[in-house]
Design a protein around this ligand. Sequence first.
Ligand SMILES: Cc1ncc(COP(=O)(O)O)c(C=O)c1O
Length: 339
Amino acid sequence: MQNIDWGSLPFGYFKTDYNVRCYNRNGAWGKIEVSSSEYINIHMAATCLHYGQEAFEGMKVFRGADGKVRIFRWEENAKRMQRSAEGIMMAEVPSELFIEMITKVVALNEKYIPPYGTGAALYIRPLLIGSGPQVGVKPADEYLFMIFVGPVGPYFKEGFHPVKMQIVRDYDRCAPLGTGHIKVGGNYAASLKPAARAKEEGFASVIFLEAKEKKYIDEAGPANFFGIKGKKYITPDSHSILPSITNMSLRQLAADMGLEVELRHVTVEELGEFDEAGACGTAAIISPIREIFDRETGKSFTYGEGEAGPYSTKLYNKLRAIQYGEESDPYGWTTVLDI
Ligand SMILES: Cc1ncc(COP(=O)(O)O)c(C=O)c1O
């Protein structure tokens, strides 16, 4: 076990001992390589550097109450990465290779898996890049798939405490028929400026609107948005939203709690009708929202008295308990890694 202050880890890069890599050349995946270098040697004309042929995933591994190491819904991340690859014409990573490499890199870095009870987890970052050279705008003929890991604390320094978010109208994260539904780097590049400005202005994150009509909520920074209205769990549906695996799971848990689940357009005006609001994703599960400020109209929507609402709290606790193996996992969402 490493001598790490697990309880105060940030959500950030943490050097561990090994990463794993695999190349796709001439249309075939090669052997898995283990590396202890944090660097990759890459051709200067690689398509990932010029034309954005890059996709990634973000997942977590948890040390459970029973000492077992669990990964959450990895099949969904594998499928999403395949959709990302297909969307920008990269070689797809088969699910079997995806989980084999995860298992290997987690086993190699086992001492960095945070102990149960610290609230920390081991973050897994699969990365797929076009590594072959091109000068014309064309897909590469060589791809590198690699995975690194590192222990992380919660994404928002506030943890499970309500944050303030800001609606932006002068930036879009993606185009209506663009790449918002897949996890490719360009979407994140486009979000950097409004996110940095929101931080400077005192907000934890931005809320992007659907770019065509600017009427509907799209995403809450690098997370999906949801609201609770009476006995309903409501979350936006749009082609430009990344389908969050956390949101997919919360929808199921919400239905199990007797909430009606609605996946549909959510207008800015409707924000005024919610009892609770939150952002959801792997990094934080749920970040409850206490205020949404519309930067252009100056209008504010507020939720609760500074504490997370009852449904958000229940949903958060339930999903967390499944991930840490504290409660039964009726849908088989977790897989115990044999490491
Ligand atoms: C843009 C965006 N939306 C939503 C999510 C949440 O997805 P997930 O719950 O699969 O982590 C993420 C994080 O991966 C994201 O980057």
